[in-house]
Design a protein around this ligand. Structure first.
Ligand SMILES: [Zn+2]
Length: 260
């Protein structure tokens, strides 16, 4: 049974509006693009959705990411790592046994190595893509982040019900990357969709508003994924939560507050 959902804001980057929306009315304006990860409390245990940035990026992002760090104007605080953030709500990261990766970009996979006891749920398509990312996508992947023991990696093919009770369902949403996935949380009273990078505005009104080419694996797949998310939202009357929602300070309850 689904009990609680926590949303952790852990770092941001500042970039021109045209990066995430090439049709922006104010293309040169600068927006704060937040980084998020989430913790779900389920009667079968804790499930993390994404893991934030790496401790080494927090310590010295230029030597960690190279010159891109400067281009991307990333701001992180010393305690923005997933272990510190979970500690703030009294959760020991060792007690999190299941971690879902929406995809393996550095702002989502950076904290994987801090989960000592978890199994990582990654779409098989994402795994293959991340081992050999094409073109500009290479800048967003850091191989060492997902260099996890094979026994703790579970590759998923398509839709997957994590605990088999219909409450936490992985939904493939390719487009941003080849194996991107989102998570449907079907609660008894409320439902949520953690869209990650499949959409950037929670009302999903942005279907044709695409980011720049370096943030897209397949335009067609991204549009189809957004249409799938709309159908899912309508079927479950779900609230959609987007990782990089620029309006997050108004639209989200941030941890230690939570959703039920
Ligand atoms: Zn992202």
């Amino acid at each position: 049974m689904f009990k609680r959902l926590y949303a952790f804001h852990a770092g941001s980057e500042y970039c021109s509006n045209c990066v995430f929306d090439t049709q922006s009315a104010d293309p040169a304006g600068i927006s704060e693009i937040p980084y998020f990860f989430y913790l779900i409390e389920h009667s079968n245990g804790f499930v993390a959705f994404d893991t934030g940035v790496n401790l080494d990026l927090i310590r010295d992002m230029r030597s960690y990411l190279g010159p891109h760090a400067q281009d991307w104007k990333i701001y992180v605080r010393p305690n923005d790592d997933v272990r510190s953030q979970l500690g703030k709500i009294g959760v020991d990261i060792k007690d999190v046994k299941t971690v879902v990766l929406s995809h393996l970009h550095y702002d989502h996979a950076g904290g994987m190595n801090l989960f000592e006891n978890a199994v990582f749920l990654v779409q098989r398509d994402e795994w293959g893509f991340a081992l050999n990312p094409p073109g500009a996508q290479q800048n967003s992947y850091v191989r060492s982040e997902y260099d996890v023991p094979a026994g703790r990696l579970r590759l998923i093919d398509g839709e997957f019900d994590i605990f088999g009770d219909g409450t936490l369902i992985l939904v493939p949403t390719p487009g941003h990357t080849k194996g991107h996935q989102s998570l449907l949380i079907a609660g008894r009273t409320s439902s949520y969709i953690l869209a990650a990078d499949a959409a950037y505005v929670p009302d999903l009104a942005d279907i044709p508003r695409l980011p720049v080419a370096s943030l897209i694996w397949s335009k067609e797949a991204l549009i189809e994924s957004r249409m799938n998310l709309r159908r899912l939202r309508d079927r479950y009357n779900a609230n959609v939560i987007c990782t990089h929602d620029t309006d997050f300070r108004n639209s989200l309850n941030l941890a230690p507050a939570f959703y039920t």
